[in-house]
Design a protein around this ligand. Structure first.
Ligand SMILES: [Zn+2]
Length: 261
């Protein structure tokens, strides 16, 4: 199947069909930005590159990039606490018919493996993530296997208290056509990172040397999140249109064209 690139009109229909109400208690449950998640009323709403594995990558990368020290084990514990326990730690693997599922290998994590430096990471960070992911799997972390080719036709940056599914049907002159989109849920991500920044400092997972504070850490996490999103989007789908979706609480929304990946 070919990718269907989403026009502004397509996005209007796609989001209308695909918006879903989020159970407040579950708003920090993560999934990847990956378009291959099937629509499901229980779909975890905080769409973020790599899910919680990507959250861990973000913390380690922020330390490397901004020059503060990170205790990786304490950072992971803080993250697990914020998501509500190891059984709520979410990640996915990819499966292709012609190869075995790649351990911890979602597209985002695969790109990190190929070129850690582009993500402000070092080999030791990648090794740490692999080792810990194996433990998390044994302890009952939530793994989802996604299958097939990537068919994403847009990047949706979602703001507001609504979830958006990744898959839908577009109207064309030839009838309905299947489409997928990368989804990044900015509002739930930011709220989660506020709490995460607090927890990272409280648990002494982060060591500042110049009197930086929680706000500084939050800004660093936000900056790295965006860099990780764009780095992976560029590698998986260069040229895709980016749309900002801003929801009001009643579910109405506005769309802004934000250029291309
Ligand atoms: Zn992924």
């Amino acid at each position: 199947m070919n990718r269907s690139i989403l026009s502004l009109t397509d996005v209007q229909k796609f989001v209308t069909d695909n918006q879903y109400e989020v159970n407040r208690k579950e708003k920090f449950f993560s999934r990847c930005i990956d378009g291959r998640y099937k629509n499901d009323n229980d779909l975890a709403p905080q769409a973020f590159p790599g899910g919680d594995l990507g959250e861990l990558a973000m913390i380690l990368a922020a330390g490397n990039s901004y020059g503060f020290s990170v205790d990786p084990q304490k950072a992971l514990s803080a993250l697990i606490k914020v998501v509500g326990g190891v059984k709520e730690f979410r990640f996915h693997t990819d499966h292709h018919a012609d190869e075995k599922a790649i351990a911890g290998g979602c597209g985002h994590f695969k790109q990190i493996n190929l070129d850690p430096k582009a993500f402000h990471l070092e080999e030791k960070d990648v090794d740490f993530m692999k080792k810990e992911l194996a433990k998390i799997k044994k302890q009952g972390g939530q793994e989802i296997v996604l299958e097939g080719d990537h068919l994403e036709g847009a990047v949706l940056l979602v703001n507001g208290n609504w979830g958006v599914f990744n898959q839908g049907n577009l109207d064309t002159e030839m009838g309905q056509r299947f489409a997928e989109a990368f989804v990044y849920q900015q509002t739930f991500t930011n709220e989660k990172h506020r709490i995460l920044a607090k927890e990272l400092i409280k648990s002494k997972a982060i060591g500042f040397s110049h009197g930086e504070d929680e706000e500084y850490l939050y800004e660093a996490l936000s900056d790295i999140s965006e860099q990780h999103l764009m780095e992976t989007a560029k590698r998986l789908a260069k040229g895709l249109p980016i749309y900002g979706i801003v929801f009001a609480d009643n579910g109405s929304f506005q769309i802004k064209e934000q250029g291309n990946v």
